[in-house]
Design a protein around this ligand. Structure first.
Ligand SMILES: Cc1cc2nc3c(=O)[nH]c(=O)nc-3n(C[C@H](O)[C@H](O)[C@H](O)COP(=O)(O)O)c2cc1C
Length: 385
């Protein structure tokens, strides 16, 4: 099988990608105090600069937007300076990098809020399960405070300000995190949004906050540097919707009218948001269901290997493919794919938190391996990583 289709250059809005192999957002929980990215993050991302595009780990737009320990932010000057070191390191290696921005909403805990206030959400409905506190303790999710309309407008301003800070920090654009059960997704899906005002009820109303955020951000950085990530059929954070295909078709059509840099869809297969390996969990194919509804470039993610990635590109259902766990484990993933080389296996134990181990010490191919890879035993092994 030829992997050449993955190496055809691609234009995503203002972003010129030399290949279609994207590093998606990957939370690593290794920011310093105050949510400031550390120099080791610059090294980690720069190692992966041969990706067609790097999307950073989910980054909080405001002090009460956090929901995981040691998660970075983009609302203080120190955070902007920390991220500037990252973007400079990636650009110095010839890469492109956008910032994924998020508000966790109900998927958080009051211990993240300096004033101890409750997490916020569209409605006062607690997420199922246990939260990680900043001290890595596990506590039940609290019943969140339902945002009033003034507070919703403050959320929009926080997203706007985060996007402006992202440009100050040297990012090439932003990806708005509307996926995986966080605040914007909580508004989109009617399992978590029981509001009766203009932000709830009809799908037009539930889409309102996402579109207000998109419009505010495109005003400040341009639509061609703005992107959105969605996860229809995803149930992370206990989300569900009464008619996913109908409702997300509306959301995606609206986004298509805004001429965004790209739309990034996560496939639900393999445990709700593409994280696991149990393909029986959900067989909906979001690329097939929603490609027609979006007028613009699309990235697909969730359980791809180079072979299935080529297939999805050739089918026209996506323009680029994101590889999550493979990019954690293989800093030189495009090169390995091109050379049909063996991949380093992903180590789940070092995915979240900790030090350089599992972050910057996955090895790149050596010169000897490069020569060895010409015999090409690699791609057949990929599905097991
Ligand atoms: C350790 C880890 C952290 C992740 N963090 C994020 C995140 O911050 N934001 C996001 O949108 N998705 C996140 N994801 C989902 C990935 O972006 C991707 O969609 C998922 O891993 C499926 O792709 P894969 O099968 O190629 O790994 C994370 C996945 C993993 C494994």
């Amino acid at each position: 099988m030829s992997t050449d289709p993955l190496f055809v250059p691609l234009q995503l809005g203002a972003l010129s990608l030399p290949n279609r192999i994207v590093m998606p957002a990957l939370t690593r929980m290794r920011a310093g105090p105050g949510g400031v990215p550390l120099p080791i993050s610059a090294e980690y991302y720069a190692q992966r600069a041969t990706a067609g595009l790097i999307i950073t780990e989910a980054t909080a737009i405001s002090v009460n937007g956090h929901g995981y320990p040691q998660m970075p932010g983009i609302y203080s000057p120190e955070q902007v300076a920390g991220w500037r070191a990252v973007t400079e390191a990636v650009h110095a290696r010839g890469g492109r990098i956008v910032l994924q921005i998020v508000h966790h909403g109900r998927w958080s805990h009051s211990t993240y809020n300096p004033d101890g206030s409750l997490p916020v959400a569209p409605s006062a409905i607690a997420a199922p399960g246990l939260a990680y506190t900043p001290a890595f303790q596990q506590e039940p999710y609290e019943t969140p405070h339902a945002l009033d309309t003034l507070e919703i407008s403050e959320i929009v301003v926080s997203f706007w300000s985060a996007a402006r800070n992202a440009l100050d920090a040297g990012f090439d654009g932003v990806e708005i995190h509307g996926a995986n059960g966080f605040l914007l997704d909580q508004f989109l899906q009617d399992g978590s949004n029981h509001r009766t005002d203009e932000y709830g009820g009809s799908i037009e109303n539930r889409t309102r906050l996402l579109l207000e955020v998109v419009d505010a951000i495109t005003d400040v950085i341009g639509a061609d540097r703005t992107a959105v990530r969605l996860s229809p059929h995803g149930n992370l954070g206990g989300l569900h919707d009464s008619d996913t295909v109908l409702h997300f078709t509306h959301v995606i059509r609206e986004l298509g009218q805004r001429k965004l840099a790209y739309l990034h869809l996560i496939e639900p297969r393999a445990s709700s948001a593409g994280y696991g390996d149990d393909a029986s969990v959900d067989s909906a194919n979001n690329a097939a269901l929603f490609r027609h509804a979006f007028d613009g470039p699309m990235i697909t993610a969730g359980g791809y290997n180079p072979g299935t990635a080529v297939q999805v590109l050739e089918s026209g259902l996506a323009d680029a493919v994101a590889f999550g766990r493979m990019f954690i484990a293989n800093p030189d993933l495009p090169e390995r794919i091109r050379e049909n080389a063996v991949l380093n296996p992903f180590d789940r134990a070092t995915a979240y938190a900790g030090d350089a181990h599992g972050l910057t010490d996955y090895p790149a191919l050596t010169a000897v391996q490069h020569r060895g890879s010409q015999t090409g035993a690699g791609l057949a092994d990929l599905a097991s990583t």
